[in-house]
Write a protein of this length. Structure first.
Length: 79
């Protein structure tokens, strides 16, 4: 009887430990998914920002070319 109850106690403790570990794993998996999603969003934002930057740089180049080709055609007010 005494041996049986100590074995049962050890078994219950082990089952409890396993349950706690499973809960911890589930929590960590959930957090991992949240972080992966956040990384995905940040990467998407970064791609969009780079695309926008390239577009703005292209527009600036075109504007600069127009200004330099216009050259002396634009009268300066302060001259």
């Amino acid at each position: 009887q005494l041996m049986c109850s100590s074995v049962q106690k050890a078994l219950f403790e082990e089952e409890d430990r396993v349950k706690k570990l499973q809960q911890k794993v589930a929590t960590l998996e959930k957090r991992n998914k949240q972080l992966r999603d956040r990384v995905k969003k940040v990467k998407r934002s970064l791609r969009q920002a780079r695309k926008n930057t390239r577009h703005v740089e292209q527009m600036n180049r075109k504007l600069s070319e127009k200004l330099s080709s216009a050259g002396g055609q634009i009268p300066y007010i302060n001259s």
